[in-house]
Design a protein. Sequence first.
Length: 550
Amino acid sequence: MSSVDPAQSAPAPSPPAPVAEAELVAALRADLLSARFTNDHLAGLLGPDIIDALDRDQLVPGQLRVRELLEATTPAEPSVVLSALWLLGMELSTAEVQEALPRVGVAGLCALGLVRREHHDDGEWCRPAVDLRPYQAEQRDGLADLWVVSDLSAHQLQGPLPSDHVLGIGRASLTLAASIHRRPVHTALEIGTGCGIQLLHLLDHAEHVVATDLSPRALSFTAFNLLLNAAELGLSPENIDARVELVQGSLFEPVAGRVFDLIVSNPPFVITPRSSEEQTAARYTYRDGGRRGDLLMEELLTELPQFLTDAGTAQMLGNWEIPDDAEWDARPRLWCEQLAADGPVDAWFIQRDQQTGAEYAETWLRDASTQRDLGQYRRRYAQYLEDFASRRVQAVGFGMIWMRRRSATDAAMAPWRRFEEITGPVEQPLGPVIGGTVARAEAVARDPQAVLDSTLVVASDVTEERHQRFGAVHPEVILARQGAGLRRSRPVSSAAAGLLGAADGDFTVSQLATAVASLMDEQPTEDADLEQALRAEILDLYIEGYLTQS
């Protein structure tokens, strides 16, 4: 048997990236607008069940529906033709595509690298060369209809994905986009831009954006998407470079010595088994950073503060290994300890999911469609388990990360660090929730007494939940539950429940805390301890958004 794992040989490369030819792209954009190839129109055309099926990468329901629509009307509605071609990967006659996109035409689509022509006995046909789909982005002035071009997704390809695959609109990128606190900034940096999803959002609230990626193909897709959506993004098609820099390179290497007000990243954090025979070309560029274990996340997070301006922030997604007999936040806390050398840095980790080593292996082998080659799948699965066992890793956590480099005026305050696990459903967008939480935490850090001396009320989405055994006089557990945002649920003390019940905006928190403590059946010395504990609990409830300013 060969000592070289076939799984480590480089997969076949992807087709060429699209060509950003300004005149042809402008014609394509005009055709897409005329065809009403937008999210809202397609939702009405195809129906919610088919849209949900597409979100699950299931094409058959949509293909059946589109065939009906193609046969029902001649000529077919352009949006139906475009859905068949790019959403459902169907082969269409050149004449159908030409009629649906008359300005750019089939010749223009081929020149742009968006379709390929095939000749059969019954004529000339078109197949998609890339994935092109509508994307609706929330901007300050309302919703914007955009289009995103990327490589064909796994369910439209045969065999495992090519190593230089450029990912399209995925759940992770949508999660990150909806979780960014979108404050206006002068400069922003996106690390690992891929096809440019985050960049499309950043341009709505950042004056200048630098986007990096290790993959030249990814940057080509991003350049195409910027040109295609220039009008909606407020860019000049003739001078996109005035607001956007696209730079090839790994992590922070392309921006050495520069600082930014905001850094955003969905980095290649996927933990992948390494081997001595590994070929760099075999790595999946969009997800594999080439480091052992979670060292890429450690490198990224510990280097990040030096690239932030004073009061600059960063938000990203990430993975972290959970060693045997350790809490889930052991690795994130260790990384935070390494931040001390760069001055005060605030950090907030939210674990959204946790998988065993086997579950993690299955997820990422399935992501690359490795199961289509059974022998390779089994070899890679075994390598994952052996790799985790070599570091005594019991599980892998996934979640969201927020960081801020303290401004000079706040440098004397102790860094704010928060580690919480929220695995249930949340209400997107989380960006305003993230921003509000951070602002409240900053207010408490600066002057906790000022918060206690203010009048607070229970947030409108918060409800109370009590649990007690039958016949019991008092509840054994009192929960405060949020119905919006992060939808936390946490136990509260009887004293805190009493204060929350009385927080109607008429009295300050300090006044209520004193009154509640005096009503509890405790000794005077214990009243002081109770009141102090209650004040600390209320401040934490305020940070988390259970209480808000009246």
